[in-house]
Design a protein around this ligand. Structure first.
Ligand code: THU
Length: 152
């Protein structure tokens, strides 16, 4: 059973279209001299009032590389926002790029009060968009003893 759908960019709400546009803009600032693979991310806070963006930031020793999603989360947490309703990620022109495993777990830490997060994967061309939810791409997420499980 498919756990995502492919939809037209134009069929999406203005809010989601704006997030995908913001992710595309910040993608241009990616610091990725090693992979040349630019990624942009935009997060909508749970109250719907703020958008935080991030791009990937690479390092010559590779492992300290920050993905676009974790860059955006770092910025927002510093401003006091720790719950997100929507995440939008834009990378390659031809293919949808889904968050890596580390970013899925990091996003899971900051999901909304409903225990989930809407996920939109776009392309710089803004034609088709992949729509899913964090719970679809990170089933059985790890939760510490301090937090409620998304399964409960
Ligand atoms: N990357 C992201 O920014 N987000 C992801 O979820 C997957 C990978 C970046 C990290 C690295 O700079 C580049 O993509 C190539 O792997």
């Amino acid at each position: 059973m498919a756990n995502y759908e492919i939809v037209d960019f134009n069929s999406l709400s203005e809010t989601v279209q704006n997030l995908l546009k913001r992710a595309t803009e910040v993608r241009e600032r990616a610091y990725c001299p090693y992979s040349n693979f630019k990624v942009g991310c935009a997060l909508l806070t749970e109250d719907g009032n703020k958008v935080y963006t991030g791009c990937n930031i690479e390092n010559s020793t590779l492992s300290p590389t920050l993905c676009a999603e974790r860059t955006a989360i770092g910025k927002s947490v510093c401003d006091g926002y720790v719950k997100f309703k929507i995440v939008a990620v834009v990378a390659h022109q031809e293919n949808f790029t889904a968050p890596c495993g580390v970013c899925r777990q990091t996003l899971s830490e900051f999901r909304g009060s409903d225990g989930d997060m809407e996920v939109y994967l776009g392309k710089p061309s803004h034609d088709k968009v992949l729509r899913t939810k964090l719970s679809n791409i990170l089933p059985l997420a790890y939760v510490s003893y301090k937090k409620d499980s998304i399964l409960s």
